[in-house]
Design a protein around this ligand. Sequence first.
Ligand code: JAH
Length: 242
Amino acid sequence: MSWTAAILTLFPEMFPGPLGQSLAGRALDADLWRCETHDLRSFGLGRHKTVDDTPCGGGAGMVMRPDVVDAALASVSRNDGASCVYLTPRGRPLTQADIRRYTAGSGVTLLCGRYEGVDERVLEARSVEQVSIGDYVLSGGETAALVLLDACVRLLPGVMGSAESGVEESFSDGLLEYPHYTRPAEWNGRAVPDVLLSGNHAAIARWRREQSERVTRERRPDLWAAHLSNTTHSSVQEGHPI
Ligand code: JAH
């Protein structure tokens, strides 16, 4: 059975959405993965299929009920060998190491919240991982789930050709990539850096390395610090985020 995304959402029509196009879409057509939605509304209570209630302790908005979310999670049989993930800005940052772990299993169960979020007790009771794709607030977890799935699907066996299969290693030593150029050699008065047209492969490698280090230092002091500590303590050469 193929790697399966089981998605619990109030908006099942949002899936596969953009993942029905391009690389992930061709992989879906080829049954290299499955995209299975579970409508949280169908587990709602009463005539109105209620899924939420007011927050205990007061405050704005509504919270998704633990009993409703529990019933939805219980209905997903594929939970064995699949990580269960809740997308929330309160989660720990999602990394490429997480993506690799998810793709190594049988699939992933994604809980997409709306309103102010999900009652904490069901997340504890069902050992749901809480992860964040970045420090901003979305209107719900669905678009974050699409991001997570895009990152997973491209790593599944057979999804990328052998030429592209090394892309995870395109960041060396936990650094950001150097800048890219193609033809024409001059465009709108802007030249491609001379060294890239020199044919001097050692000089090109040196220039790219310098650019990677500069860009990482300028844009991502967090990655730069990790890189420095991982290269001074030369034992650690795996477990890089990207
Ligand atoms: C917003 C439920 N880290 C990105 C992220 C993920 C989920 C949400 N926001 C941001 C979210 C409202 C309700 C989830």
